[in-house]
Write a protein that binds this ligand. Structure first.
Ligand code: NAD
Ligand code: SF4
Length: 419
């Protein structure tokens, strides 16, 4: 695949930023430049603290997963570290595939050593000696830069048998996905690495207990891992002072759609949706904003005061998910957009369970009928959509089926999509 153009990154390189500050200023091919920009200070501090204290810092910082589910990272690390079964594995989920999500790509392309350093810290804290980085297949530039960075880190003693001369062994294998959205689900991802079909497993058992190759595994998203660096360099207390008491730290938002300056924005949790859209240059004729991606939900232009926190979006009846903020002005045909989302889920359903395999097809058919009839007689199909949606949400094995109706439901209920 030909590399896509560099993603627009309006805010990078600002020294006041926590996660994007090196991007655009550091040479992603140079380990020396990474070190000159503060690289490997966090790993040194981790070795000084020891594994248990590193987990305590991450817990005290209040870090929660940035892939979309917001599970407490310290709890995950603690649970993995405590498992008597060995070996332990670390898996970095870099299969960023949620439509409208491109923040991990910016981190990996612009600051690849940061991810390698963060993975080393996570592995050290949880007792793992082998890391797997599962990278989205459509990210060839990230693959090239990370491959080079892993090789350089090995050559310079920052990966391998004796990391930083501390007697700790750790190495990273990069695995490339093959384009299936479902392989971003952590257990489908494990199956993919193991050479099996990319189908989700039932949980529990959770990966912290039985993950990759049936062994205790800590699985974290790219952005989650990169947050560990400022936690260790500035300390848990200073980190937790960023954002709100319940959503701590900085967050990357992927702004796209009908805005003047699409790209990745870093803001502390708690900024409002309106403030973010003002940075990105929203237009006057805004019709709707999709939060959280295809699995998320729409909000109206009169709801822009929603605080961008996990709890704030939940209270507003939507989700922050992986940080997708997609704006649509009134020139975008909403019914066609919903149909496109439904096609996506039908296409990406792995087919393992009936509610999702059949439900995503029925959903798409009903939306097709509504579009073909330009909305006339939609009431019967909307009733059907609600029934199918409820069945998918209640009975699907994994998050794909459980959320495949979210966007359509919110478009009907909040936007009056077919009125
Ligand atoms: P989940 O809530 O089932 O799990 C979240 C994480 O917490 C997992 O790692 C899970 O193993 C762990 N966990 C949950 N309960 C646990 C327990 N009791 N003990 C130990 N660990 C536990 O969510 P999920 O299905 O893994 O992810 C769903 C999210 O993924 C959605 O919010 C969606 O926004 C997001 N998503 C992101 C992308 C992307 O490209 N970033 C793509 C698709 C979906
Ligand atoms: Fe596969 Fe869909 Fe079932 Fe998930 S919900 S296991 S994607 S069929």
């Amino acid at each position: 695949t030909e590399p896509a153009p560099e993603t627009a990154v309006p805010q990078t390189g600002d020294p006041n930023l926590t996660l994007l500050h090196r991007i655009g200023t550091v040479d992603p091919a140079s380990l020396d430049d990474y070190r000159a920009h503060g690289g490997y200070t966090a790993l040194r501090r981790a070795f000084d603290l020891g594994p248990a204290a590193v987990i305590r810092e991450v817990t005290d910082a209040g870090l929660v997963g940035r892939g979309g589910a917001a599970f407490p990272t310290g709890r995950k690390w603690q649970a993995t570290a405590a498992q008597p079964d060995h070996p332990h594995y670390l898996v970095c989920n870099a299969d960023e595939s949620e439509p409208g999500t491109f923040k991990d790509r910016v981190l990996m392309e612009g600051d690849p050593y940061a991810l390698i350093e963060a993975m080393t810290i996570a592995a050290y804290a949880t007792g793992a000696h082998q890391g797997h980085l599962y990278l989205r297949g459509e990210y060839p530039r990230a693959l090239a830069r990370l491959t080079h960075a892993v090789e350089q880190a090995r050559t310079r003693g920052l990966l391998g048998d004796d990391v930083l001369g501390q007697g700790y062994a750790f190495d990273i294998e990069i695995r490339r996905g093959a384009g299936a959205y479902i392989c971003g689900e952590e257990t489908a991802l494990f199956n993919s690495i193991e050479g099996r079909r990319g189908e989700p497993r039932s949980k529990p058992p959770f990966p912290v207990e039985k993950g990759l190759f049936g062994k205790p595994t800590v699985e974290n998203n790219v952005e989650t891992l990169v947050n560990v660096l400022p936690i260790l360099t500035m300390g848990a207390e200073a980190y937790a002072a960023i954002g709100t008491p319940t959503s701590t730290g900085p967050k990357l938002f992927c702004v796209s759609g009908t805005v003047a300056r699409p790209g990745v924005y870093e803001l502390p949790f708690g900024a409002t949706l309106g403030e973010l859209l003002a940075l990105a240059g929203v237009r006057d004729n805004l019709r709707a904003v999709l939060l959280g991606g295809a699995a998320g939900g729409f909000v109206r232009p009169d709801e822009l005061d929603i605080p961008l926190t996990f709890e704030g979006t939940r209270e507003a009846g939507t989700t922050l998910g992986s940080g997708v903020v997609m704006a649509f002005d009134d020139t975008v045909p909403l019914p066609r957009l919903l149909l496109r989302i439904a096609e996506f889920f039908r296409d990406e359903s792995c087919g393992q369970c009936v509610p999702c395999r059949v439900g995503t097809v029925r959903q798409e058919e009903a939306l097709h009928r509504i579009v073909d009839r330009t909305g006339a007689g939609a009431a019967g199909d909307i009733t059907l959509l609600r029934e199918v949606g409820r069945a998918m949400r209640d009975a699907s094995i994994c998050g794909l089926g459980q959320t495949a109706w979210n966007a359509v439901e919110s478009a009907i209920d909040r936007l009056g999509a077919y009125e």
